[in-house]
Write a new protein. Structure first.
Length: 293
């Protein structure tokens, strides 16, 4: 029988997260070969994770990183079974590490599609942690947003990481991008997106089928409204258009009431800030991620 030292058991435990007796037994079974024992524990641990694969993963965290150069940002959503594990420092750190890898390697979303080699490598890191913690978890989504010349990225993590946001702003004058009024507005709009969760940037970005579907819902509701009975078709059509318009304003970022002053729309705040800075300021894009949604 191989001579198994307490230090070997301790080192294997620290590396795999398995129990002391499990580590000792693995080393004995593998004749003291540390690498083989580590592999054996991972295989046993992974088997334990696979047995839990049907368990719901409704908890998790969103990690957000913006490249120091400001040219790209990435949002990573990792999910797991319990809130306890979602708060685990290793779980949180892994989300950030995956985000850093995506940025460092310059990946686009196409590069890390679920069937890609890059995604498999990233997901293997999650599986390694799942093996150690022995809880079902997965790399659910990765979103990448790039910024070009005249564009600026602002990020925000809400609360304990349940929501992550990146907003891409643009200005036609480079100096405006560094102005405190501009950067404050970009930050506030990231807060706004986390708070309001707009369905789209503006009406042009909404699927026509979605508008059609909701128009029909409003139409059906109006048909059962006794107060509208007998009104001319032209009047009813006007009321319907008004309802649809109000609905679209409520879900489009540029038409929503600004988080800092709901009497002003986001588009008006952009216009006012642009006027103060002598530049045309716009929201070019945004990404919103909420755990499990």
């Amino acid at each position: 029988m191989a001579n198994i030292s307490a230090q070997d058991v301790k080192t294997l435990r620290e590396k795999t997260g398995a129990g002391m007796m499990e580590c000792k037994n693995a080393l004995v079974e593998c004749g003291g070969d540390f690498a083989k024992a580590e592999k054996l524990l991972k295989e046993k641990g992974l088997a334990a994770v696979e047995k839990r694969a049907d368990r719901a993963t409704k908890e998790g965290k969103v990690a957000v990183k913006v490249k120091s150069s400001g040219e790209a940002a990435v949002l990573v959503e990792m999910v797991t079974e319990t809130d306890f594990v979602a708060k685990n420092p290793d779980f949180i750190a892994l989300g950030g590490a995956i985000a850093d890898t995506v940025l460092d390697k310059g990946y686009t979303e196409k590069d890390i599609a679920p069937d890609s080699k890059a995604y498999a490598e990233l997901n293997n890191k999650v599986m390694d942690l799942a093996t150690k913690i022995r809880e079902n978890m997965s790399l659910r989504r990765i979103k990448v947003i790039k910024a070009g010349a005249g564009e600026y990225l602002s990020s925000y993590i809400h609360g304990d990481g349940a929501i992550g946001v990146v907003v891409k702003m643009a200005a036609d004058k480079p100096e405006a991008l560094k102005d405190p009024q501009f950067t404050e507005l970009a930050h506030n709009l990231a807060l706004h997106v986390a708070w309001a969760n707009p369905a789209a940037l503006d009406r042009e970005k909404i699927d026509p089928e979605y508008i059609k579907e909701n128009t029909e819902i409003f139409r059906k509701q109006m048909e059962t409204d006794e107060s509208l009975k007998g009104k001319p078709e032209k009047v009813l059509e006007g009321i319907l258009n008004g309802k649809v318009s109000k609905f679209l304003k409520s879900i489009c970022l540029l038409d929503q009431g600004y988080i800092k002053d709901e009497k002003l729309t986001v588009s008006q705040v952009l216009k006012d800030t642009g006027k103060a800075l002598g530049a045309n300021i716009t929201v070019a894009d945004y990404v919103y991620l909420k755990v499990g949604v």
